[in-house]
Design a protein around this ligand. Structure first.
Ligand SMILES: NC(=O)c1ccc[n+]([C@@H]2O[C@H](COP(=O)([O-])OP(=O)(O)OC[C@H]3O[C@@H](n4cnc5c(N)ncnc54)[C@H](OP(=O)(O)O)[C@@H]3O)[C@@H](O)[C@H]2O)c1
Length: 218
């Protein structure tokens, strides 16, 4: 299986990368990003790209893949709706449209977030943008799925990139086992997301949107 990974430098993307590297069924991972990963592995290829709203210049490199795991994303905190939409909707749709044209049998899994608004009409800006994106991704002519994690525990030595999340996890770290027991349906982990993506790619699913508890059940 050949996999394309977006967001491999991020917290969740690192977990997905580790899962792919450890999986004997994954022969190649092409990490597409703007920042070098700083690691090498026989199965890992990197492709630096600057404009995530346009993939036409690298299209020849994007065909022949079985799966794409889209873990690139930003928090809406402090961002205008226009800017958040441009990155969140614009980047994911540009990648998905190019990939669905080149790889119609591909499994594409998008990392969204718990609370995304499928009606596209709610009052919460980030949730509306993600909901519209999810709906449009699921209409594309390939096997698209959406993962909606809530809290994500970084595992296997992974550190959050976001400094606020890093500080929060430093304080909350000792309580994570308790929080997982109290709120099992709201917390997943980088390891579980990576495992779940490979599971859905291998076996497919009639379910298209996976909430946190569904991810934990994979
Ligand atoms: N972490 C959580 O608890 C959590 C929970 C629910 C949902 N999510 C969602 O899951 C996704 C990944 O989260 P994360 O925690 O892994 O985020 P993260 O650690 O901040 O990583 C974000 C990734 O996206 C890339 N990226 C961000 N802005 C970019 C841009 N303008 N151009 C190109 N690449 C860009 C980053 O690349 P660089 O290294 O080049 O910056 C990095 O690889 C996000 O959509 C997030 O909202 C996260």
């Amino acid at each position: 299986m050949k996999v394309i990974l977006f967001g491999a430098t991020g917290m969740i993307g690192q977990g997905v990368l580790k899962a792919c590297l450890a999986d004997d069924g994954v022969a190649e991972i092409l990490a597409i990003g703007r920042t070098p990963l700083g690691e090498s592995h026989a199965k890992l290829k990197e492709l630096m790209h600057n404009d995530f709203s346009d993939f036409s210049s690298i299209e020849p490199r994007l065909s022949g893949y079985d799966a794409c795991y889209f873990c690139l994303g930003v928090s809406s905190a402090g961002m205008s709706e226009e800017k958040y939409r441009q990155i969140t909707y614009g980047f994911a749709m540009a990648a998905a449209q190019a990939l669905s044209k080149l790889n119609p049998n591909m499994t594409f899994i998008y990392i969204s977030g718990m609370g995304a608004d499928s009606t596209e009409k709610g009052s919460v800006m980030w949730a509306r943008v993600r909901g519209k994106l999810e709906n449009d991704l699921l209409k594309l002519p390939f096997k698209a799925y959406v993962f909606r994690p809530g809290g994500v525990e970084p595992m296997d030595g992974i550190q959050p990139k976001n400094k606020w999340l890093k500080a929060l996890l430093k304080v909350m770290g000792p309580f994570i086992p308790l929080l997982k027991r109290l709120f099992p349906d709201y917390i997943t982990s980088t390891r579980q997301i990576g495992k779940g993506m490979l599971e859905v790619t291998r076996h497919g699913s009639d379910q298209k949107i996976f909430e946190c508890k569904d991810i934990n059940g994979l």
